[in-house]
Design a protein around this ligand. Structure first.
Ligand code: SF4
Ligand code: F3S
Ligand code: FES
Length: 268
């Protein structure tokens, strides 16, 4: 008996086939530059699985070709697509439209850094701060050692979470010391507290960054609000695992009564 088998005649790969739209979302995007700007609304057709970055790129492709947006990986790994979505600092490529019950979503550039255009901000201050942190400094003996270094697993685990940082600067954006008080002159910010912590906790590092922390890095400006930890897309425990231990180390050096007496005697 003859049988008929239904074959799929469409040779387009499944992932490249058009997906049914599931309605529209009103995307209000901040448009402007350093002189000022305004929110502009766009109706964007929604497809299943869409993230905010998809919607912004849809606007760029179909409505306003000159909409400025920075992105690279679309995989939450490059840290370029940081913005404020409904007032909360987030990666646009990691934020699904389906996560919002509202029919309108606002997208603004990061508040803490100067706007270049639309959603693109100038984050170069962060790179300048980074240069002021003394780099990894092993001892001369370790440098000459021809054998691979042995490091305890617990030492590896202590600092490995800080290495996950993708430099999205969302923590810098949300920290009130930088955001509301504008104290870029007095505080390096949570991202760089995590970087200092990763160096200070490395068992082969010999540099002492505590004077820097107490001085220009301004560790004491942080009053442990933990907003930085809340927004970190890599879930780094910036406050508990980096900032608080750094505060303790600095306090040990400067406020320990025995050390204080020692400094007095030596006239330091
Ligand atoms: Fe982004 Fe987290 Fe790194 Fe801050 S610590 S820059 S929030 S990944
Ligand atoms: Fe700022 Fe984080 Fe401290 S948000 S105040 S650096 S805990
Ligand atoms: Fe790379 Fe969003 S595009 S983190």
């Amino acid at each position: 008996m003859a049988t008929s088998v239904e074959t799929d005649k469409d040779t387009t790969p499944v992932h490249a086939r058009p997906v049914e739209s599931t309605g529209t979302v009103r995307l209000n995007i901040w448009r402007g530059d350093e002189k000022g700007g305004e929110m502009v609304g766009y109706d964007v057709p929604v497809q299943e699985g869409m993230v905010v970055l998809d919607a912004v790129l849809w606007v760029q492709q179909h409505v306003d070709g000159d909409l400025a947006v920075r992105w690279n990986c679309k995989a939450a790994k490059c840290g370029s697509c940081s913005a404020e979505i409904n007032g909360f600092p987030r990666l646009m490529c990691k934020t699904r439209l389906s996560g919002y019950a509202e029919s309108e979503i606002s997208v603004r550039p990061m508040h803490t850094f100067p706007v270049v255009k639309d959603l693109v901000t100038d984050v170069s201050w962060n790179y300048e701060v980074n240069k002021r942190i003394p780099k990894f400094t092993p001892s001369e003996k370790d440098l000459q050692d021809p054998e691979p270094w042995n490091i305890q697993q617990e030492d590896v685990e202590r600092s490995i979470e800080f290495r996950k940082c993708i430099e999205c600067f969302l923590c810098q954006d949300v920290c009130h010391v930088l955001r509301n008080h504008g104290r870029k002159d007095a505080f390096f910010g949570p991202r760089f507290m995590a970087r200092v912590a990763s160096l200070e906790m490395h068992p082969k590092d010999t540099a002492d960054r505590r004077p820097l922390l107490k001085g220009e890095a301004g560790v004491n400006m942080c009053n442990i609000t933990k907003c930085c930890t809340e927004v970190c897309p890599e879930h780094i425990h910036i406050t508990d695992n980096a900032i608080i231990p750094l505060k303790e180390r600095t306090a040990d050096l400067y406020f320990d009564p025995v050390r204080w007496l020692g400094r007095k005697i030596q006239g330091k």
